[in-house]
Design a binder for this molecule. Structure first.
Ligand SMILES: *[C@@H]1O[C@H](CO)[C@@H](O)[C@H](O)[C@H]1NC(C)=O
Ligand SMILES: [Zn+2]
Length: 386
């Protein structure tokens, strides 16, 4: 047990190094130079299709994502809606979970991973107020996300390198800080940044080597030059009155929540703006409870995904797959001929842990994990619960 803790603390040492770098001044990003900024590692923010492909030769990626904790309630929806689904090329359909730690069941996260779905980060504490995130410095972001990455790998027993993306709570960006941390720990992308201005045509993913032209609905947005991580813009939907919404459950004027056909049409209309346009990735970004408590939305979404899975040029994928495609874009025909991606499968030796005292509340916690039980409930500053 003692040896085990020493090994864990060794793992944590590299994180402390971040502090030294914090003092280094970042360079302000300058307007993007297409001649200098080239794939696979640099892309200017733009609505141009990567690789100069024509829309009809461009795969239409569909990103279904769910935020917050994974638990026995929402797992019912995930199994029913996602597991076993295949795209028209017979590869398993993807979806991405931006997971927050509190109340998460790591055995279920292990199951999601083993079904080829993507696990991303959504912070350890997900705490309010929102300003906590707006002013978060590098140290806070390291504790909330860099620590969460090793926590997730440890508690769900999944490979650290399979965790490549993050989404900030409340989509609240923290200026340069979160992107600096992504760069430091070699993660691939952020999926927190909505755009209302680059919807039709939509903004494709890009890097931050140069200044972004994207609108910043929830400031502060990064303005430094930060080569490495990718921005996966959340292209807003338009609701029935034309107002933009980044999350489907955040629309001001959605259809009647009990009207399946109206919802199906609503989803389809937003999809077609992408599919008949520049084919920028189409997102269905939502919280599971919205789909669970509104069966008409569940059915409409399910019908929509069935349609996508029957289109020869549309693909439901993990968010990180889109970034991989943008780095080296290929046509629909070539994409369809690629072999399906394989996840390294991993086991879960289940532990039921608790009651565990917590440092942030009087409440005691039980947790289901795929590793030995911690001493206390893991939290910010103590991601393993040592
Ligand atoms: C990001 O870095 C740039 C360049 O150093 C700086 O001008 C800007 O104020 C920083 N943004 C935030 C929100 O800290
Ligand atoms: Zn959230």
């Amino acid at each position: 047990m003692r040896l085990y803790m020493i090994l864990l603390s060794l793992l944590l040492v590299p994180l402390a190094k971040g502090d030294e770098r914090e003092t280094k001044e970042l360079k302000r990003a300058v307007p993007c130079d297409e001649a200098l900024c080239k794939l696979p590692s640099c892309r200017c923010s733009s609505t141009a299709i990567p690789g100069g492909l024509a829309p009809r030769n461009t795969p239409q990626f569909v990103l279904v994502t769910f935020d917050d904790s994974v638990n026995v309630l929402n797992m019912v929806t995930y199994r029913e809606l996602l597991i076993g689904r295949r795209n028209s090329n017979q590869c398993p359909a993807g979806a991405t979970f931006y997971v927050s730690h509190e109340y998460s069941n790591y055995q279920l996260i292990n199951e999601l991973y083993n079904n080829g779905l993507e696990i991303g980060l959504h912070s350890i504490t997900h705490q309010t107020p929102q300003t906590y995130w707006a002013v978060a410095n590098k140290e806070t972001i390291e504790q909330e996300f860099a620590d969460q990455r090793i926590q997730m790998a440890h508690l769900a027993n999944i490979p650290l390198t399979s965790i490549q993306g993050m989404r900030m709570p409340f989509l609240q960006l923290a200026g340069n800080a979160s992107f600096e941390v992504l760069k430091d720990i070699d993660m691939l992308y952020d999926a927190s940044w909505p755009t209302m201005s680059f919807v039709e045509p939509g903004m494709w993913p890009y890097t931050l080597n140069y200044a972004s032209i994207q609108d910043c609905p929830i400031p502060p947005c990064p303005t430094a030059s930060i080569p490495g991580p990718w921005v996966l813009p959340m292209i807003a939907w338009r609701d029935l009155l034309g107002f933009p919404c980044a999350m489907v459950d955040g629309c001001f004027a959605p259809p009647d929540l009990n009207d399946e056909n109206a919802w199906y049409n609503f989803i389809m209309q937003n999809f077609e703006r992408h599919y008949l346009g520049n084919r920028a990735p189409f997102g269905f970004y939502v919280h599971e409870w919205h789909v669970r408590t509104n069966p008409a939305i569940f059915r409409a979404l399910s019908r929509f995904l069935d349609v996508v899975n029957n289109l020869h040029d549309a693909f439901m994928v993990n968010s990180k797959d889109v970034i991989d495609w943008v780095k080296s874009p290929v046509s629909v025909d070539e994409y369809r001929n690629q072999p399906c991606k394989q996840n390294m499968p991993t086991s879960c030796i289940p532990s039921q842990c608790g009651p565990l005292p917590a440092s942030h509340t009087q409440e005691q916690f039980w947790m289901q994990i795929c590793n030995v039980c911690p001493r206390v409930y893991p939290w910010r500053g103590n991601p393993f619960g040592l």
